[in-house]
Design a binder for this molecule. Structure first.
Ligand code: SF4
Length: 347
């Protein structure tokens, strides 16, 4: 069973200060890196970093990847403590899939505007308005919402998930309106109700901007990493024909790195949160990777600072807990998705 962690002494801890944008006061230098490794070893902790983390956090992590890929690593690791450098719902998913482990998030204030766009109370009311409807929720949702969900989905498998459900059943799709519109168009079903939620970062990847950047770079391929809400508008826009579908590649992290390795040179426009560029540039330095919008940065992801990570490892905070009944129900909705297949296009 998970247990509350005792604090560990660290010579850098006194430098950590709190502020409106999160924990700060620590430089990501060699001393910090050595101290992070020492504390992680003492805690028997594994450090997981989402692709949208700042480069310093990605580089110190044991594993970098998308949210579901990291949750699977969390479930398989022998480490007793998982430090999840990402946003809160992702750390919750790791806890749901690894209930016996201690899961820490370096700053529990790192939320997600998409996950926050529907609460369990709102979903309960919505279900009451549509008795008998099946609930399909994108993985960017809280554990409480997943617990009220019939099947979860990712951007990669949302169409397959909806197609697997009886055609005569109403579907309540939440929370991302762009992914919902894409699924409605692709499945041709008219009995899908779509929640009007969105990720605030998606605004940086608007239709006109995507079209303009594609026009300015006629030779460039377009990579869309679908595992976070900010890319869902790009998926929708690509489906609308705003960009030549031949140039559009929907790729998971691993597939993106493989594709970049095969491609070797040229220009690639990346339609997702800008943190992804770090892994790509490391994997294929000859390719000119350009952000569709270099302001498409998730401020929640960037709350996981060097100071926050040091504080979490030293003090054993902030622990993420999900009540057992909520975790069991949420796990069932994730497992139903995995049974349908293609949960994240592979790692
Ligand atoms: S990029 Fe959007 S969907 Fe992803 S964590 Fe940030 S707010 Fe949430």
């Amino acid at each position: 069973m998970a247990h509350k962690l005792s604090p560990l002494a660290s010579p850098l801890l006194h430098k950590v200060v709190d502020g409106p944008e999160g924990w700060s006061g620590i430089e990501a230098d060699d001393e910090w890196a050595a101290e992070i490794r020492r504390l992680a070893a003492e805690r028997n902790a594994v450090i997981l970093a989402h692709n949208y983390q700042i480069p310093e956090i990605q580089d110190i992590a044991d594993y970098t990847g998308d949210s579901l890929g990291l949750s699977r690593i969390a479930a398989e690791t022998d480490a007793e403590v998982i430090v999840f450098c990402g946003v809160h719902f992702m750390a919750e998913s790791a806890k749901i899939l690894s209930p016996e482990k201690t899961v820490l998030i370096p700053d529990e204030r790192a939320g997600c505007s998409l996950a926050d766009s529907i609460t369990a109370e709102q979903l309960t009311e919505w279900k009451a308005e549509h008795p008998g409807a099946l609930v399909v929720s994108y993985v960017n949702t809280t554990a409480d919402v997943k617990a009220l969900t019939d099947v979860c989905c990712t951007s990669s498998n949302a169409v397959d998930v909806v197609n697997s459900l009886p055609a005569d059943k109403e579907i309540l799709f939440n929370p991302d309106q762009f992914l919902g519109a894409h699924v409605k168009r692709e499945t041709g079903r008219d009995n899908i109700h779509i929640w009007a939620g969105e990720c605030h970062v998606h605004a940086g990847i608007s239709g006109p901007e995507l079209a303009r950047r594609a026009e300015e770079n006629p030779e460039a391929d377009l990579y869309i990493h679908p595992e976070c809400g900010c890319a869902n508008s790009a998926i929708y826009l690509a489906g609308e024909g705003i960009v030549d579908p031949e140039r559009v590649h929907m790729l998971s992290t691993g597939q993106m790195l493989d594709a970049a390795g095969r491609q070797g040179s040229g220009t690639v426009l990346v339609a997702t949160e800008i943190g992804m560029l770090h892994q790509l540039r490391k994997a294929a330095p000859e390719i000119d990777f350009r952000a569709v919008n270099d302001r498409a940065s998730c401020s929640y992801m960037k709350m996981i600072t060097p100071a926050a990570l040091l504080r979490a490892l030293a003090l054993g905070t902030d622990e993420v807990d999900v009540p057992a009944d909520t975790a069991d129900a949420a796990r069932a909705s994730l497992e139903r998705m995995i049974a349908i297949g293609q949960p994240g296009l592979g790692e």
